[in-house]
Design a protein around this ligand. Structure first.
Ligand SMILES: Nc1ncnc2c1ncn2[C@@H]1O[C@H](COP(=O)(O)OP(=O)(O)O)[C@@H](O)[C@H]1O
Ligand SMILES: CC(=O)N[C@@H](CCC(=O)OP(=O)(O)O)C(=O)O
Length: 263
């Protein structure tokens, strides 16, 4: 039986480190030999740069960028344009055949605006796996940006961690979040190997997990509980295989951790 596909979420800051990006693509190519892989990516730093270049500013609320509809051409340009095409080009450079997509392609993910105060920011719900099944059946690498749209055709900006969770749910996939940190860190900056729902809540409550990591651990926990399997958070410098084997990074557990598991 074929193993489950793997959804790899790549934080946008990877695009500032060409060497690491090329190495990761080479590792994805190796992983593709025995697993179907799907990439979902962010591009927060690229959005910032393009907005600044146009004299625009934005703020984040609970890790989500407040996005007026008028900013969507810039946000789409950064995420579905530059970031997506840069990653596709890096994939080509590693000998992979990529297909650049957004959440709305093939109607794979349905999105819905969250709250008027956030503007064109949405939440993502799995809808149709037909397109992704076709692509991975042909050994293509889907490279999916976190731009979505609502049922009535409004473009929406989706946090890329939440987008990756919806895609993993859609495909019943394993889920890896690759970021610029080695995993979830404790108050001393030490990596935490395993975390469950109660431990995450406590780290948020004590202010150890904040900002983008709060969004990421919320998304990871939601996926772990729904998929009933661990979800991994780690660095893009590590091999995705090592993360899947939990020899590095942080494993978000769907069930309560037994005492001593985190040593
Ligand atoms: N407890 C924590 N452990 C690790 N990173 C944390 C923690 N709390 C907050 N962070 C911040 O979260 C960042 C990762 O989230 P984010 O920037 O959104 O990543 P990405 O863009 O890859 O999704 C880290 O670089 C760090 O600044
Ligand atoms: C609503 C919202 O916050 N959208 C994010 C989408 C990109 C993203 O999540 O990029 P990273 O993974 O690089 O952080 C944003 O505009 O920055």
């Amino acid at each position: 039986m074929m193993p489950h596909p793997v959804v790899i979420k790549i934080g946008g800051a990877l695009l500032d480190d060409e060497k690491a990006a090329r190495q990761l693509m080479t590792r994805i190519k190796t992983l593709q030999q025995h697993r179907a892989v799907i990439v979902v990516h962010g591009g927060g730093p690229m959005v910032e740069t393009m907005m600044t270049g146009m004299g625009l500013t934005s703020e984040k609320v609970d890790g989500l960028r407040v996005t007026p509809d008028a900013h969507m051409p810039v946000v789409c340009g950064a995420l579905a344009g530059s970031a997506n095409k840069q990653l596709c080009a890096l994939a080509i450079g590693a000998g992979i055949t990529p297909t650049g997509l957004s959440l709305m392609d093939g109607n794979m993910i349905t999105c819905q605006a969250i709250a008027s105060e956030l503007g064109a920011v949405g939440q993502a719900t799995p809808n149709s796996s037909v397109l992704l099944e076709l692509l991975i059946g042909e050994q293509f690498l889907p490279v999916i940006s976190s731009i979505g749209c609502s049922k009535n055709g409004r473009l929406l900006n989706i946090n890329a961690d939440q987008a990756a969770t919806a895609v993993a749910q859609l495909m019943g996939a394993e889920l890896l979040f690759l970021s610029n940190v080695e995993g979830v860190l404790d108050e001393h900056g030490q990596r935490l190997a395993t975390l469950d729902k109660a431990q995450l809540a406590s780290l948020v409550q004590t202010g150890v997990i904040t900002d983008g990591m709060k969004v990421k651990t919320d998304a990871a926990l939601q996926a772990a509980l729904q998929l009933k399997r661990p979800v991994f958070i780690g660095s893009w410098h590590t091999d995705p295989e090592a993360l899947l084997n939990a020899t590095t990074g942080t494993k978000i557990q769907p069930e309560a951790t037994k005492a001593g598991d985190n040593s």
